[in-house]
Design a protein around this ligand. Structure first.
Ligand code: SF4
Ligand code: SF4
Ligand code: SF4
Ligand code: FES
Length: 949
């Protein structure tokens, strides 16, 4: 059903630049060629009755309600499927049309329950609206004949109901699933009166292939598919446009509210990243925000094993300030630091790094991007000059070849995946480079031309082999390289990759990819038209993550696939604000806008604005903080919204470091794994409770708007401000817009960004400044940000993490659609119905030789530690490679991962861990300890809750 504030013009906009002028009910209108008569009429305010048409879908022409008369044409054509023509004269309202439409409506209503007054969509139902619009006054056929009014409901999906008694078989749901989502889970079964909507092979929605994106619910013009939250709470009263707080796609939503209660999230048709689409997380998985596990009272304790003491905000903030002061007096200024989170807004991360640099007087600030996309920042800066992706998502609509490497968009970036699949169904070619057969390799109506199923850890070797083919088979775009890139660096690179050792044949044994496949993929990428690369953590989370990013940029430059729409280098960011947290100066060596702390002029600009001298040397990265904590020189840590005890590698090392500190302050929604090691807990606020901005993977800055009051009294930025004030450093922002104004004043790429401009434009892709007043959808158009593009040599250095007789398998990790990161949010929603535990995927051969059956408990041991997971035998895997996710703390996936990391940025090598897998019958030693510790900590929390005023 449509949201309370959006209008629907009936059919999608036509793309033509040619205008056609016609007359509708005597009024002249000019519209792009290819526009439907229905849309042309809607554009001048004439709403032609419709049921099967919606702007989100191609016209279908099944309901026959939108008939019109066209001068000189016989009959009554459907306006939704009739394109405009020059000079056409259309009548939308005549006596005959009225009669025909009433006849159509009469048939629909004769097989529809007459329970409008108690129907959840009463007053917001297109069928009801259309009955009114056509003037239906009676139903001559009676209600006693054969009908569907007793058809049973399907309540299996936790978020929406399917009530077939209300279905008018308009097929909008089926088309939404096919065209918008690309899952093809629904069909119309049967014919004529017997036709009905069916999920997969006549299964329940939950048991079908449905991924619960909700596109069908949004498309349904009746109450057949309805959100359960709407049924429970009734129609919303107001809506607020905000941005999803889950993944880096950054979908725009209307949060529809009733008082302080969220009724539903409706994807915003005007959203520049999602164009009205969403996934199960952003649309439905919101229950965590009001979950009973939320902690809304500040708490203190002296030691990790002590009971928590609920305290006032004043006491908690004063305690944090005095502890940090005490630690600095005892151990030195650099004995404290902070960690920002990509789940927080730009304004919040900016304030945390400002607090650390200006109030603490140290550069010991880092962000969770350290463990995901820090190599992107480094690699793209070296080659292209800017630490960000080059395109907007819409660019993929112009791509002819798409190379996806180390990313699993259908799970990690679902709304972008839907857009990508649309383009692939139109005929674009696909190359997938991934150790697993991810869904994109073969999915309804899509098959990758090439799947290079490489061994984990050999990305650079494969990328070099692709480059070798491009160079040695004369596929380089010489004109582009000559005009746009540094000649000496290119010459060196060309000689380097042309060496025989980089040929696909020489590397096949190492990578596991047949040479011919590499050659064919290279030829397709270089010669197939517009070629775009999309990559994810399967590229960055390696010992050579930065090298792989540079190798990707090299490929794009060598083939001229950069600097225009349809091409480019596109990092798919994991969390909602990874791009933003990096932009905002969260790294220990960089001020906002990626400027080194040693740059005197930049540092002085911040010193003038912040009124204090700033340190000129980089501070500690997260892994260095852990080392320093263990050697006794780092004692106090402020963590806002990040759960390092679950998300960072080698869990036991992380928890030992946290245990070694004297004041760990965690600001979060729940008692996270890290909070279990905290001395101070400061309640965080969800994205529904605060104002700010997120920056998605396209560099798109979008507003986050408060729709309900902060549950604990303060938004996160206010808490950081209070800490600064208590430390004696003045921070007096009245509103996050003032923080953005300061960011804009100090950051050249943000100069033109303000809340007023964001309200005006909807969203802005940085750089936004005098040169680009409305932002920059495509970067590096005429020249690279660094001037000339720089080819970097990318020698392949095999990881030190080797398989051997003791650890013969390679473990690689990833995520799944229904869960998000450490799962703190999604585990507290019905999304657990799809994924309630992390499992170990392994190839049938590896399972066979170990006597492991599907569902068995399997012990996984690495050089760092061991854990136990349930086995899932899957031919998506290649022999010798096993896979798991890390959404549940008790899985201990990161107990197993090692501290190996990217040479340039310390990004952990999550994707390659040598392990052994054996059938076991009980949890690991770590899991037993973890369970006992968790029970103790929950007991301490329970006592504090009882004691809270
Ligand atoms: S479920 Fe809704 S959208 Fe689908 S056919 Fe029925 S009425 Fe149309
Ligand atoms: S929720 Fe999404 S995937 Fe499921 S049937 Fe509807 S459109 Fe298809
Ligand atoms: S694709 Fe990402 S941003 Fe969009 S709704 Fe899903 S989780 Fe949210
Ligand atoms: S709206 Fe045109 S035929 Fe249904």
């Amino acid at each position: 059903m449509l949201s309370i504030v959006e209008t629907d013009l009936g059919t999608p906009a036509a793309k033509s630049d040619t205008l056609v002028t016609l007359e509708i009910d005597g009024r002249s209108v000019s519209v792009p060629e290819g526009t439907s008569v229905m849309r042309a009429a809607a554009l001048i305010g004439t709403a032609i009755p419709k049921l099967c048409a919606t702007e989100m879908l191609d016209a279908f022409g099944s309901c026959r309600l939108c008939l019109v008369e066209i001068e000189g044409r016989k009959g009554y054509p459907a306006s939704c499927t009739t394109p405009v023509a020059a000079g056409m004269k259309v009548k939308t309202q005549t006596t005959k049309l009225g009669q025909l439409r009433r006849n159509v409506m009469e048939l629909y209503i004769s097989d529809h329950p007459l329970d409008c007054l108690t129907c959840p969509t009463n007053g917001h139902c297109e069928l009801q609206d259309m009955a009114g619009a056509v003037g239906l006054r009676e139903v001559r056929y009676g209600y006693d004949g054969a009908n569907h009014r007793d058809a049973a409901k399907d309540e299996s999906n936790p978020y929406f109901t399917f009530d077939p008694s209300k279905c008018i078989v308009c097929s909008r749901c089926v088309r939404a699933c096919d065209e918008v989502q690309g899952t093809f889970a629904l069909t119309i079964q049967g014919r004529g009166f017997g036709s009905s909507v069916s999920a997969s092979q006549d299964e329940s929605f939950l048991g079908s292939e449905c991924v619960s994106c909700g596109a069908c619910v949004q498309a349904c013009p009746t109450a057949t598919l309805t959100e359960k939250s709407l049924i429970a709470l009734g129609q919303p009263e107001r809506s607020v446009v905000t941005t999803c707080a889950y993944c880096g796609v950054g979908c725009s939503f209307r949060a529809e509210m009733k008082g302080e209660e969220l009724v539903r999230m409706v994807p915003n048709q005007d959203g520049h990243a999602n164009h009205g689409h969403s996934c199960v997380k952003g649309r439905f998985a919101l229950g965590y925000a009001t979950h009973r596990d939320r902690i809304t009272t500040p708490m203190l304790r002296q030691r990790i094993g002590d009971p928590w003491q609920p305290v006032s905000w004043e006491t908690a903030i004063a305690h944090v300030a005095s502890e940090f002061r005490r630690i600095q007096q005892s151990y030195g200024r650099h004995a404290v630091g902070g960690i920002t989170s990509s789940r927080c807004t730009n304004e919040e991360t900016y304030l945390v790094q400002k607090l650390v640099r200006a109030a603490f007087g140290t550069n010991n600030v880092d962000t969770c991007a350290r463990v995901c996309h820090s190599p992107t920042g480094y690699g793209l800066k070296q080659t292209l000059g800017e630490s960000a992706g080059t395109q907007d998502f819409d660019s993929v609509r112009e791509a002819d070849v798409v190379l996806v490497i180390g990313a699993n968009p259908t799970d990690g970036h679902p709304v972008f995946a839907s857009q990508l699949k649309q383009r692939l169904r139109e005929g674009a070619k696909l190359i997938v480079i991934d150790p697993r057969r991810i869904d994109l390799v073969r999915t309804p109506h899509i098959e990758a031309q090439h799947h290079l199923k490489l061994r984990p850890g050999t990305n650079v070797a494969v990328l070099n082999a692709l480059a070798h083919v491009i160079v040695t088979e004369n596929l380089v775009d010489e004109a582009f390289v000559a005009a746009r890139c540094e000649a000496p660096a290119f010459a060196k690179w060309r000689t380097f990759v042309a060496q025989e050792q980089h040929s696909p044949e020489a590397l096949a044994a190492e990578t596991g990819v047949p040479a011919e496949d590499v050659r064919a993929a290279a030829r397709l990428y270089a010669t197939g038209g517009n070629a775009a690369i999309y990559y994810g953590l399967g590229v960055t989370e390696h010992s050579q993550g930065s090298t792989a990013v540079m190798a990707i940029a090299n490929l794009a430059m060598a083939t001229g696939n950069i600097g225009r729409v349809g091409v480019g280098v596109n990092p798919l960011r994991g969390q909602n604000n990874v791009q933003g947290s990096c932009d905002m100066g969260s790294f220990p060596h960089e001020f906002p806008g990626y400027r080194h702390v040693s740059d005197k002029a930049v540092r002085e600009s911040f010193e003038r604005a912040w009124g204090v001298p700033l340190h000129d040397e980089p501070g500690l990265r997260i892994p260095n903080m852990f080392e320093a904590a263990l050697d006794g020189s780092f004692k106090g840590l402020y963590i806002e919204g990040e759960d390092i005890a679950q998300s960072d590698p080698n869990t036991q090392h992380v928890t030992a470091a946290l245990s070694a500190m004297e004041c760990v302050v965690v600001q979060d929604l729940f008692l996270t794994e890290s909070a279990k090691f905290a001395h101070v807990f400061l309640p965080g606020s969800s994205f529904l409770e605060k104002d700010g901005t997120f920056t998605n993977a396209e560099r798109r800055i979008s507003r986050v708007r408060r729709v309900m009051a902060p549950k604990a009294g303060y938004a996160d930025w206010e808490v950081t401000q209070l800490i600064a004030q208590a430390m004696g450093y003045p921070m007096n922002y009245r509103d996050p817009s003032q923080i953005m104004d300061e960011i804009a004043a100090l950051t050249p790429t943000f100069t033109g960004v303000s809340y007023a401009r964001l309200d005006e434009l909807g969203s802005i892709q940085w750089p936004c400044n005098a040169d680009h007043p409305d932002g920059t959808p495509t970067m590096h158009i005429d020249e690279f940000v660094r001037g000339k593009g720089k080819f970097m040599l990318t020698a392949y250095v095999p990881t030190e993490e080797k398989v051997n007789a003791r650890f013969p398998l390679l473990l690689t990790t990833g995520r799944i659609l229904s869960q998000y990161n450490v799962g703190a949010q999604t585990r507290r929603t019905p999304n657990v119905l799809w994924h309630d535990e992390d499992v170990l995927e392994l190839h049938p051969h590896d399972a066979d030789v170990r006597g492991i059956r599907d569902g068995d408990w399997v012990g996984i041991e690495s050089r760092a530690g061991d854990t136990v997971l349930r086995a899932r035998i899957s031919d998506r895997m290649q022999p010798g490679v096993v896979y798991t996710t890390f959404h549940f703390p008790e899985s201990g996936a990161n107990v197993v991962t090692t501290e190996n990391s990217d040479w340039a940025t310390n990004c952990p090598e999550y994707k390659v861990t040598a392990v052994q897998a054996t059938r076991v019958s009980q949890p690991s030693e770590w899991q037993r300890r973890h369970q006992t510790f968790t029970e103790q900590q929950l007991d301490l929390l329970g006592k504090a809750r009882t004691a809270a005023p």
